[in-house]
Design a protein around this ligand. Structure first.
Ligand SMILES: NC(=O)c1ccc[n+]([C@@H]2O[C@H](COP(=O)([O-])OP(=O)(O)OC[C@H]3O[C@@H](n4cnc5c(N)ncnc54)[C@H](O)[C@@H]3O)[C@@H](O)[C@H]2O)c1
Length: 380
């Protein structure tokens, strides 16, 4: 019999829904020692959070996140709000002894993230950051192939995350739905929003990035601000490109933009090793492309692996070989691994400290772009 794990959800937007779905489904597919109970959902508007709570089956609502954290019947708090609120909420959770699942990027910058790391470590509370792409089975399989040494020495890591939704120059910034364009709420633009995912996956698959040189651009310099009603300077990066070097000697190149007309969420990665290469593409997320130079020359070529077999990561929990799963399952896997971690004392990654490394790369990216200089990445 599994024990209840009472969840307090803060935020009811895109991630509030993705995570709630994961909590509801996880025990149907994974045998775990705990089962999430949707205890309370919180947002500023009582009417809106009530609709969300009813739709997803939360038992109660709160309109002030501080009240939610004070509640004795909440074990774990899930932070699904804009980036500028992560730190304050997480620090309060740690002080109250609550476990924390925090959305990415962990914080607005490295120093803020470090305070969060220190707080959770001092409080001894379980913590994790939702860099969910690690748990897309094809990406988990890439990790397995690399760890097995199949690629050999790695020469190159390249990754892109391309979107096109902010090209319109009359799109306002700030407020509901558009906080990503407001530097006060988001901290940065595509670097913290999109490249953060690429960086987390890169550090996981290919180890630390030691040095880098970055360039950012803000194509639309002023936008009407929804909160002030005035036209204001845009403080975020609309596009960001950087190149660098990993500690293992491989070279890396990253690009992210919201101005790539025709691309909605094209997250791709490619790794070239001495023996083999790997490619992955979010638009075809259940496939991993694999090329192995050691194959017999007459059949050598790119394998398109349909990641749906029970031998492949997470897939034995789902359907039968040949039937693929989707985006939402990465969150189910993350909840399952978090619960495994608190059950067996081996915390699931990325925890706050792990995600802090991504934050340090982001800090170096933004500083390098500002200074027009190569910078070493602080290793934390
Ligand atoms: N892991 C991923 O792939 C992924 C994808 C999207 C977003 N995110 C991250 O998730 C977080 C939320 O993004 P989103 O897309 O869900 O945003 P969203 O705009 O869809 O939702 C934000 C929610 O925060 C709530 N909110 C804002 N201020 C609040 C406050 N003071 N108290 C309580 N609630 C408040 C809003 O009411 C809303 O429900 C961000 O940090 C973002 O970077 C991660």
């Amino acid at each position: 019999m599994s024990k209840p794990l009472n969840v307090g959800m803060i935020g009811y937007g895109f991630m509030g829904r993705a995570h709630s779905n994961a909590y509801r489904r996880v025990n149907n597919f994974f045998d775990l020692k705990y089962h999430p109970v949707l205890k309370a959902a919180c947002a500023r508007s009582a009417d809106q959070i009530k609709v969300f709570a009813d739709q997803w089956g939360y038992e109660s609502i709160e309109t002030d996140w501080r009240k939610l954290i004070e509640r004795k019947d909440i074990d774990v708090v899930d932070i699904c709000v804009p980036n500028n609120l992560h730190s304050e909420i997480a620090l309060a959770c740690a002080a109250a002894g609550k476990m924390i699942l925090c959305e990415k990027p962990l914080a607005m910058n490295g120093p803020e993230a470090l305070k969060m790391v220190e707080a959770v470590e001092k409080a001894g509370v379980a913590n994790m950051v939702w860099y969910n792409y690690r748990r897309v089975p094809a990406v988990s399989l890439a990790k397995q192939l690399i760890d097995e040494g199949r690629l050999g020495r790695i020469f190159h890591y390249r990754s892109q995350f391309l979107q096109d939704w902010t090209i319109k120059s009359d799109l306002p910034q700030g407020g509901n739905g558009l906080w990503r364009l407001d530097v006060e709420a988001a901290g940065s633009g595509v670097s913290g929003d999109l490249l953060a995912h690429c960086i987390d996956t890169a550090l996981w698959l290919n180890g630390p990035i030691t040095t880098l040189n970055a360039m950012t651009e803000t194509f639309v310099k002023e936008r009407m601000h929804n909160l002030t009603g005035k036209v204001e300077k845009v403080g975020i990066d609309d596009a960001c490109i950087f190149m660098g070097r990993h500690a293992n000697g491989s070279l890396c190149v990253f690009e992210s933009t919201r101005y790539a007309r025709g691309h909605k969420a094209l997250y791709t990665l490619e790794i070239n090793g001495e023996n083999a290469s790997i490619q992955w593409d979010l638009h075809d997320l259940h496939r991993l492309q694999y090329f192995d130079y050691r194959d017999d020359s007459i059949i050598r070529g790119w394998h398109s692996i349909h990641v749906s077999d029970g031998d492949q990561p997470y897939m034995s929990k789902w359907w039968v070989p040949g039937l693929q799963i989707g985006y939402e399952h990465s969150f189910v896997h993350q909840v399952a691994d978090f619960i495994e971690g608190i059950s067996n004392g081996k915390p699931a990654m990325p925890d706050f400290r792990d995600a802090y490394h991504t934050q340090l790369v982001l800090d170096a990216v933004l500083a390098s772009a500002k200074k027009h200089e190569w910078l070493d990445v602080q290793q934390g």
